[in-house]
Design a protein around this ligand. Structure first.
Ligand SMILES: C[S@@+](CC[C@H](N)C(=O)[O-])C[C@H]1O[C@@H](n2cnc3c(N)ncnc32)[C@H](O)[C@@H]1O
Length: 438
């Protein structure tokens, strides 16, 4: 299967912007491939073959796609129900692999690491062994860097809208904590590894695990790790990119002793083949995986509870203290967001309650029935919803001014991501505004 494994530029992904879904986009384009052999893919292929990886039809091979970057392309048409890939158990890197191969270091420690920390440290240790590591052919095809915000410079981080920035900073601080714990562990129990444990090396291995591992439930009941984080790195399979509309099942097949992906989708020859990483919005995709999707049906724009109170204040709405307290007690201060079709349930409740008069407020729970409270309340609610969305559109405009002077062709990959994120957010807000005004 994999001796033809080469990277080809699959220009068939460059298609009309007007196509509504990724899948349709994928199918409209013409196919033109410029194959070029890459030593490391041949090495990965040969290593997998030597280790009993047998690729059956459909043959997939690595390719570069215009809209998604490196991914897997099918060399045959695929029908629903087909098994896309099947990776033998001994080629998976799991917390169990880590403990069976270097567990002596973990047993020495009186604290516990998470599975992700243990896998990240293992990857670092194997990377520094170079060719002498069993995993070298796999590690050699891993990206050299990632595009999650942890890799952004401070200036690049500041291009992100506030809501994403605060999630990115929370995530970055989690990685710092993991790095600190890894440093303590290595200093104490694996000092030979200390020279390779720089922060930049650690975030490479952390995000190799974070962006590429699959869910794999196994029977490891080990007291040396802090969780039962059922994760595994699956070479080759982890070249599959995400599409929100990919229908797949991923599971371990005990009969074949392989981790397998089955698709319920159909593909034509030379299509890119996708899996779904979950119903994630663009903030999650950016913070956890380092990419964003235009036309993502799971995308939302979030608003803070305080920003709603600010608008209520500006609209001179009354009894805000009481309304705030009612809403906080009902935990309506979260999931305040809109998508292109309209507003989330919590946001509708908050807007309606903030727009109530005193008599309506006494029976505020009527809002839960979802009907109109009164003509006056409905009018104010719509006005407030429009103001909220227009305010956010204003913030998008302001955020985009930070890119003045940067040219599309010379932007860094991180700048481009932040720019795309804001443009997609603006499109979502514009559609939401039309929907609340209609
Ligand atoms: C499991 S890997 C998939 C293979 C990866 N593209 C590679 O070259 O190794 C996950 C990463 O691929 C990229 N990715 C996945 N789906 C994508 C998509 N639809 N568009 C752009 N990038 C995507 C992101 O960088 C993500 O962190």
């Amino acid at each position: 299967m994999y001796d033809q494994s080469h990277i080809c530029r699959a220009d068939h992904m460059a298609v009309s912007k007007a196509s509504r879904t990724l899948r349709r986009r994928k199918r409209k384009g013409k196919t033109s491939q410029i194959p070029y052999l890459e030593r490391e893919y041949i090495a990965l292929s040969q290593w997998m073959k030597r280790n009993k990886f047998v690729q059956k039809r459909p043959y997939l091979s690595a390719a570069i796609f215009n809209s998604t970057g490196r991914g897997l392309m099918t060399r045959h048409s695929i029908s629903a129900g087909s098994t896309l890939v099947s990776i033998p158990h001994h080629l998976l890197i799991t917390p169990h692999t880590v403990l069976t191969s270097v567990g002596q270091h973990f047993t020495k420690w009186d604290k516990q690491l998470s599975s992700q920390q243990a896998m990240s440290i293992f990857l670092l240790a194997e990377r520094q062994k170079q060719e002498s590591s069993f995993w070298f052919p796999y590690i050699n095809v891993l990206p050299k860097k990632y595009t999650t915000p942890a890799f952004f410079s401070e200036t690049e981080l500041n291009l992100l809208p506030q809501t994403v920035l605060s999630k990115a900073l929370t995530e970055i601080s989690k990685v710092h904590t993991a790095f600190k714990l890894a440093t303590d562990f290595i200093t104490c129990c694996w000092p030979e590894l200390a020279p390779v444990l720089t922060y930049s090396d650690f975030i490479w291995s952390w995000y190799s695990v974070n962006t590429r591992s699959v869910y794999y439930k196994h029977d490891l009941c080990d007291q040396f790790l802090a969780d039962h984080n059922y994760i595994a790195l699956a070479p080759f399979l982890d070249l599959l990119n995400h599409s929100y509309d990919a229908n797949i099942t991923a599971s371990f097949n005990v009969k074949s002793n392989c981790y397998e992906i089955q698709t319920e989708d159909t593909y034509r020859k030379y299509d890119e083949v996708f899996i779904s990483y979950g119903n994630h919005d663009n903030t999650h995709l950016l913070v956890e995986y380092g990419f964003v999707l235009p036309n993502n049906p799971n995308d939302v724009v979030e608003f803070s509870f305080d920003s709603l109170l600010d608008i209520a204040l500006r609209m001179k709405l009354k009894h805000l203290k009481e309304k705030r307290s009612v809403l906080l007690t009902g935990q309506f201060d979260r999931k305040l967001c809109c998508c292109s079709d309209g507003l989330s349930w919590n946001l509708q409740v908050v807007l309606r309650v903030l727009c109530m008069d005193w008599t309506e407020l006494k029976n505020w729970k009527l809002v839960m029935q979802g009907g109109i409270i009164s003509d006056q309340n409905e009018l104010l609610t719509r006005t407030m919803a429009s103001t909220l969305i227009k305010t956010s559109l204003g913030m998008c405009k302001e955020n985009l001014t930070k890119f003045q002077g940067l040219h599309c062709d010379t932007m860094t990959e991180h700048e481009r991501l932040a720019y795309d994120f804001i443009c997609i957010e603006r499109t979502t807000l514009q559609s939401a505004l039309i929907s609340v005004q209609s």
